[in-house]
Design a protein around this ligand. Structure first.
Ligand code: ADP
Ligand code: MG
Length: 340
């Protein structure tokens, strides 16, 4: 039977001189799946993509690719895995030379014209207009699309995209998303995408992984409460919110620890809960449909603090959770996990 997981990671650690940037105990990526990576800057998204792209080897642990250990020089990955970096880079040559480059490296001599034209068409760049453009005659979004075309021309089995739409115009972003989805549809390409565009990720991904301080907090929409925590008269601790939306917890493991919690730790109601139940007042700011689970992710603003939770579509209708509505969010500090 064919190995269902394209990647299998065990006890992976990656450290730079400044310290550990990534620590993943276990992760599997299925063939032809779409995996999203979200998390604040510095959480380890690019590091994970570099390791999945075998650009460098992890400090410790193994990455199995198709069931076999693989590394930066493995034959099994050289022609099949490709990364579009956050700061993609074009050769100081024409579009044609840029897109053709990977094919040349891989020794594809025949049919280059057709493959290059096809790749440009996929990213919405008319070949007759763009083939002979020089690298400096492209807008930022067009350059990013050329960089993507230079990966698509390889018909990769794995396409790793690091914030592919972060600094491009809306049309380019749309074309980039369409081309990535088309690769998965036509070739079964596995996609791993780091992006701040949550709406897109939740629409297309089979799995959205949340990274924070080099760790994965998967299964859903995670909330984070940042320190510093301030001690109150009763010995408990609270967040420092100028707008009154404070969270109260038992002593945290350290004054700067981060509390992480999902939907299981909160309850949402339209009336104020009883006095004993700790709660904050919040306004619903957005509803987002998660295709992979069929659930709806509800975003709230408690003061200026963003929070979110998942509900079934039936719950949304029954509780009448619509944007603009004010609700009370009860929380259970005992269900918080802590990261120091
Ligand atoms: P993200 O892509 O989520 O913003 P990164 O993977 O780029 O996160 O970074 C994770 C952590 O590793 C950060 O603390 C960052 O400063 C550090 N880091 C990333 N690349 C390097 C590097 N080449 N040398 C040293 N530290 C790095
Ligand atoms: Mg990054």
């Amino acid at each position: 039977m064919a190995e269902a997981s394209l990647y299998r990671i065990r006890r992976l650690v990656h450290a730079y001189e400044g310290g550990t940037a990534l620590r993943i105990d276990e992760l599997a990526v299925r063939r032809a799946s779409i995996v999203g990576l979200v998390g604040p800057n510095g959480s380890g998204k690019s590091t994970l993509l570099h390791l999945l792209g075998f650009i460098h080897a992890p400090t410790d642990g193994t990455i199995l690719f198709k069931g076999q250990p693989a590394g930066p020089f493995s034959e099994s990955v050289r022609f099949t895995v490709t990364l579009l970096p956050q700061e993609s880079y074009l050769l100081k040559r024409t579009v044609w030379q840029n897109v053709r480059y990977g094919l040349q490296l891989r020794g594809h001599e025949g049919g280059q014209q057709d493959r290059v034209r096809e790749a440009l068409q996929w990213v919405g760049l008319e070949p007759d207009r763009f083939l002979h453009r020089k690298w400096y005659a492209l807008s930022g979004g067009e350059a990013q699309r050329v960089a993507l075309a230079a990966r698509l021309v390889l018909r990769p089995e794995v396409l790793l995209l690091d914030e592919p739409t972060a600094s491009v115009d809306a049309l380019s972003a749309q074309r980039i998303k369409e081309a990535a989805m088309r690769a998965r549809k036509e070739w079964g390409t596995t996609l791993v995408v780091a992006s701040h565009d949550r709406q897109w990720l939740y629409e297309v991904c089979d799995n959205v992984l949340h990274l924070y301080r080099g760790r994965i907090f998967s299964n859903g929409e995670e909330n984070m409460l940042f320190g510093p925590w301030r001690q109150r008269g009763d010995g408990r601790f609270e967040t420092h919110d100028s707008d009154g939306a404070s969270f109260v917890v038992d002593p945290p493991p350290s004054p700067d620890a981060v509390a992480i919690f999902g939907t299981d730790a909160i309850s949402v109601s339209c009336e104020r809960p009883s006095r004993e139940q700790p709660c904050v007042e919040a306004t619903i700011s957005r509803l987002l449909w998660d295709r992979s689970t069929g659930q709806v992710i509800v975003s709230f603003l408690a003061g200026s603090r963003p929070l979110s939770a998942r509900f079934s579509a039936e719950d949304i209708a029954e509780k009448q959770l619509y944007p603009g509505r004010t609700v009370w969010i009860g929380y259970d500090p005992g269900a918080f996990r802590w990261v120091e």
